[in-house]
Design a protein around this ligand. Structure first.
Ligand code: 5RP
Length: 240
């Protein structure tokens, strides 16, 4: 099957490109992590090369997005050099009906939360399989933990009723190591009824750097769907 025929890839490509169209010249742009935002970074590079987009700067949320930005010619900056982010575009692993998210499938949620939640406008780009009624239905909550605290954090999570599992590398022996040099515990919560409270509770455990619950941060979700055999983009705006 080619890339063009894979419906999930088609949906990701469609929303990734649609999000890039919302970036205007002069903007500072948070560059998300993952396979969907890879299309956004590619499209930003194309728009810069064609002269359509001028004077933008990207703030990467991971080593991956930094590499892609360099590959596609998107100029980069850091949070030390700027005092605002105009727009951030990022993927998600789950989006609920309140536009709260689970992120961290790529273990990049710590930097992603800093950049995405700082942005004046945060746009989430997902294919339709990521939309859920309730967070935790299809994806576990990733928690970045400093390595020396893995054992006590694991016990604290179990006390909260979660089922933790240390994330292991694929084609790499041992655990996944984040861009910050930490580890990730994926936690299943059978009753994730209150993501607002759980986000705070998890971050209060000593040794936890950040968790993948993003609450009250999203402004707009672009959902890729297949209609009549063709990929289309549905917009869901935050209710004010
Ligand atoms: C990385 C993330 C990604 O944004 C999330 O996993 C979605 O990835 P993809 O666009 O590849 O489905 O949170 O930490």
């Amino acid at each position: 099957m080619t890339t063009e025929q894979d419906p999930v890839k088609l949906m990701k490509q469609q929303v990734g490109f649609a999000a890039a169209d919302r970036v205007k010249s002069g903007m500072i742009v948070g560059l998300g992590t993952g396979s969907t935002t890879a299309y956004t970074i590619q499209a930003l590079g194309d728009r810069i090369k064609s002269g359509q987009l001028k004077d933008i700067k990207g703030v990467p949320t991971s080593f991956q997005s930094e590499v892609l930005a360099k590959q596609y010619g998107v100029p980069l900056t850091t949070l030390d050099e700027i005092d605002r982010i105009d727009i951030a575009i990022d993927g998600a692993d789950e989006v609920d009906t309140h536009l709260n998210l689970i992120k961290g499938g790529g273990a990049a949620h710590t930097r992603e939360k800093v950049v995405d939640c700082l942005a004046a406008q945060f746009i989430v780009v997902v294919d339709s399989s990521k939309m859920v009624d309730k967070l935790g239905s299809t994806f576990r909550v990733p928690i970045e933990v400093i390595p020396m605290a893995i054992a006590p954090v694991t016990r604290a999570i179990e006390k909260l009723g979660g089922k933790p599992e240390l994330r292991m590398g694929i084609r790499k022996a041992g655990p996944v190591i984040t861009d910050q040099g930490n580890m990730v515990i994926d936690v299943q919560f059978d009753n994730l009824d209150n993501p607002v409270e759980l986000e705070k509770t998890l971050n209060n455990i000593p040794g936890v750097l950040e968790n993948g619950l993003f609450v009250n941060c999203t402004d707009l979700v672009l959902v890729g769907e297949i209609k009549d055999g063709k990929p289309v983009v549905r917009e869901i705006f935050k209710q004010s």
